[in-house]
Ligand binder design. Structure first.
Ligand code: ADE
Ligand code: ZN
Length: 335
């Protein structure tokens, strides 16, 4: 299904936040080809097929290659600025942006310098009137407990105001059950005042969502769609009103769901789970936030009332400061 230009234009005006999007997924193919060419690095496949992926493992491997092309502070700051431009082009009022230091090989061991470089890009963007961004610094599911402790030590030491949360992403199917391994790191991050957002229920089943809540203290869950397979986990999400940051196209492309018609977002929403709509990795998946809303509106016949409800959830679920949230809620009330 291809959303109409009119529906995309209208949805771009819907005041909302994006709470599940990765910096690693925001590089355009032409930009990657240009960066690779500069260093004589071959593309992993021809340009026109660069963004064809064979599931999550292949996708994560590609992120290592793409981020491995970024070497300088200026390039990182430009990536951050470019991300804010992408938000503005979609009419998005705020984003919590996940970035995972493990993918960026030229920056290993230099997290504070990375955060500073990204912050410079976001500050320049805000000065130019582009939307605000908070950073969620992410662990990879396949890392060790020691590596997780080291990352949290670094975040607590630097306590950079741009960093709003500890995140975890990557492949749970490859890592097995890792909630217990990361529990202490998440506990310490929470105690230090960081929010906690956890990829679960994408490459894990509902048990991964339960662990995210009970072991990692998740304030929010990225994906979480496979919670739908266990009514007790759905009840837990409803009782505690834990929001899911859902990314429909990502789930279709990476093989989590077979079609939009079967996508669990509507069943979860109707069950009372707070759901928001997001892009995950918009450039690599060839999507935008307004397109993700359009796909849901088309598949489930969402009225303006439902669109408003989901947009409101995105604002409430975000880690934006209270001024930004209040301003977005006021705009939404006028929509
Ligand atoms: N990193 C970037 N996109 C991801 C996804 N969909 N799942 C897990 N880790 C990711
Ligand atoms: Zn994700």
């Amino acid at each position: 299904m291809k959303p109409t230009t009119a529906s995309l234009d209208r949805l771009r005006t819907l005041p909302r936040a994006e709470v599940h999007v990765h910096l690693e997924g925001c590089f355009e193919a032409e930009m990657l080809a240009q960066w690779a060419g500069r260093f004589g690095e071959p593309l992993p496949r021809p340009l026109e097929r660069l963004f064809e992926f064979e599931g999550l493992a292949d996708f994560l491997h590609f992120l290592d290659w793409a981020c491995g092309l970024v070497r300088t502070r200026e390039e990182l700051a430009e990536s951050a600025y470019g991300f804010s431009q992408r938000l503005a082009a979609s009419g998005t009022g705020h984003a919590d942006l996940i970035f995972n230091p493990t993918h960026w090989r030229h920056w290993h061991g230099r997290l504070p310098a990375m955060v500073d470089a990204l912050d410079a890009g976001f500050r320049a963007a805000e000065q130019d009137g582009l939307p605000p961004v908070g950073l969620c610094v992410s662990l990879l599911r396949t890392q060790s407990a020691d590596a997780a402790a080291e990352l949290v030590d670094e975040l607590v030491r630097q306590r950079h105001p741009r960093v709003v949360a500890l995140s975890i992403d990557g492949n749970e199917a490859a890592a097995g059950r890792t909630g217990p391994r990361f529990a202490e790191a998440f506990r310490r991050a929470g105690a230090a005042g960081l929010k906690r957002t956890v990829h679960a229920g994408e490459s894990s089943g509902p048990e991964g969502v339960r662990d995210a809540i009970e072991l990692l203290g998740a304030d929010r869950i990225d994906h979480g769609v496979r919670a739908v397979e266990d009514p007790a986990v759905v009840r837990l999400l409803v009782d505690r009103q834990i929001p899911l940051g859902i990314c429909p196209s990502s789930n279709l492309t990476l093989g989590v769901c077979a079609s939009m018609d079967e996508h669990p977002i509507e069943r979860l929403r109707l069950a009372g789970v707070p759901v928001s709509v997001n892009t995950d990795d918009p450039a690599l998946l060839g999507t935008s936030l307004e397109r993700e809303y359009a796909l849901c509106a088309e598949a489930f016949g969402w009225s303006d009332t439902v669109l408003r409800e989901v947009a409101r959830t995105s604002i409430d679920a975000s880690f934006a400061n209270e001024d930004v949230k209040a301003s977005l809620r006021a705009s939404l009330a006028r929509w």
